[in-house]
Design a protein around this ligand. Structure first.
Ligand code: ATP
Ligand code: MG
Length: 441
């Protein structure tokens, strides 16, 4: 029986103490994407099951083993999205966005769901930041999305990710390659896992991405797709490499990458870490020139990538990346007695309306206990409002980080608190500068 106070296996809570990290990452992702022209798109958490089997591909691990699929009360089969691309393409087609200016650039931060064996870097609910771009067939676009991923890692201070690129050709050259794979794997049929034996006829490339150890050994000796791609695909791949060189983005060609989703054509790429264990692919992406047409639109080249935010966080911790300091309470207003408490709440609300982070008591605590809370809570300033303060119309604002206390009038309270906070921040900057200078001497 499930214990209701245990979250389902493979899910993770983001607790208040960690949410600032997530907000920082999400803001950085969306802001950086905006610099490259990508705007956020939001689509439903669940879609018709068929959307995923058609786009991700019904011989992929994702569709065959990992989807959260169920019948809703109207007996329709729906699936919690295992990835973001399919839903975006659906939304783009449904809303006629390809009729507007091209390229169309979209991005998203979303929860995804896959029924996998939970382990470090592999969850059943995880989060992806992804981008999708529609319209361009030029390798300039491939270089743009790779440059965006690269810039995101740099902005977050992430080091040690290796970019691996490959081309898996177009449907024309791929047919020849698939035939070569079929011949190769037929000779090793007995060694393949059961799922892959079933894939041999329909989609032998999927065997290359199989995670089972017996298939892994056979895959080692399989023909390489780069030996089979046609002149156009080769030229496209060379164009991408030339542009990455020009942009100063280092990469290595890895002819073994095929990616786990069926919709990819030509460029595929991964950013891989050696620091976070077996699940080292932080970001994966590529071109999917056939997908829009496959889902009922007119033929439109497209491409994108997705990065796993939990793996991104693992990598950031492994690199010792810095996160911004958490925002702490600007001022705590303690109330003494009925009249003081009422005034404290009123002033507190005024400050909040002016955009300050202010708190006051709602636990009916003594003034001493309120001040203890303010201190533990890291409040920058605190003031007590009691009978005498109400009478004199001013109160003492105490600098909780050890600075001077000052008398502040209760009229235009917010304006004076604003000045205090500014002065405090200014002093902090000066002190940090002096410390830095001392360190350098
Ligand atoms: P993997 O090789 O780990 O199975 P994948 O090829 O299935 O990954 P994609 O479908 O390309 O992954 O998803 C893009 C990214 O999403 C991955 O590179 C990874 O960072 C993240 N991701 C995928 N599945 C999971 C998961 N179960 N838990 C956490 N992150 C995941
Ligand atoms: Mg996977």
């Amino acid at each position: 029986m499930a214990v209701i106070t245990n979250a389902p296996r493979g899910t993770q809570d983001v607790l208040p103490a960690q949410s600032a990290r997530w907000q920082y990452i999400e803001n950085t992702l969306l802001r950086t994407a905006e610099l490259f022209g990508f705007r956020e798109i939001r689509t439903p958490v669940f879609e018709h099951t068929e959307l995923f089997s058609r786009s991700v591909g019904d011989t992929t691990d994702v569709v065959q083993k990992e989807m959260y699929t169920f019948l809703d009360k109207g007996k329709r089969s729906v699936t919690l999205r295992p990835e973001g691309t399919a839903g975006v393409v659906r939304a783009v087609l449904q809303n006629g966005l390809l009729g507007g200016a091209l390229p169309l650039r979209t991005c998203y931060v979303i929860p995804c769901f896959r029924y996998e064996k939970p382990q470090a870097g592999r969850l059943r609910e995880f989060h992806q930041f992804g981008v999708e771009m529609f319209g361009p067939k030029s390798p300039a676009a491939d270089a743009q999305v790779i440059a965006l991923a690269n810039e995101i890692f740099q902005t977050l201070g992430i080091e040690g990710l290796e970019l691996h690129i490959n081309s898996i050709g177009c449907p024309e050259c791929r047919a020849k390659y698939q035939q070569a794979l079929r011949e190769y794997f037929t000779a090793h049929l007995g060694t393949l896992c059961e799922t892959c034996q079933g894939r041999l006829e329909k989609n032998p490339m999927r065997i290359l991405d199989c995670k089972s150890p017996e298939c892994h050994a056979v895959v080692e000796g399989a023909p390489l797709v780069l030996d089979y791609i046609c002149d156009d695909c080769r030229e496209h791949f060379e164009g991408l490499k030339k542009r990455l060189d020009l942009l100063g983005i280092s990469y290595s060609v890895d002819p073994k990458i095929v990616r786990g989703l069926d919709y990819y054509t030509r460029t595929v790429f991964e950013f891989v870490s050696q620091k976070i264990g077996a699940q080292g692919t932080v970001c994966g992406g590529g071109r999917y020139d056939g997908l829009v047409e496959e889902l009922g639109g007119s033929a439109t080249p497209a491409l994108g990538f997705a990065m796993g935010l939990e793996r991104l966080l693992l990598q950031m911790d492994a690199c010792g990346c810095l996160f911004p300091e958490e925002n702490t309470c600007d001022i705590y207003l303690a109330g003494m007695g009925e009249a003081g408490s009422l005034r404290a709440q009123q002033l507190c609300y005024e400050l909040q309306q002016e955009g300050f982070y202010a708190e006051c008591d709602c636990m009916e605590r003594s003034v001493k206990a309120q001040m203890k809370y303010a201190d533990k809570h890291g409040a920058k300033y605190a003031a007590v409002l009691g009978k005498s303060e109400l009478q004199s119309g001013e109160c003492t604002v105490k600098d909780m980080r050890g600075g001077k206390s000052v008398q502040v009038s209760l009229t235009d309270f917010a304006g004076q608190i604003y000045r205090l906070l500014l002065e405090g921040a200014y002093t902090e900057v000066i002190e940090a500068g002096e410390q830095l200078q001392k360190g350098q001497e």
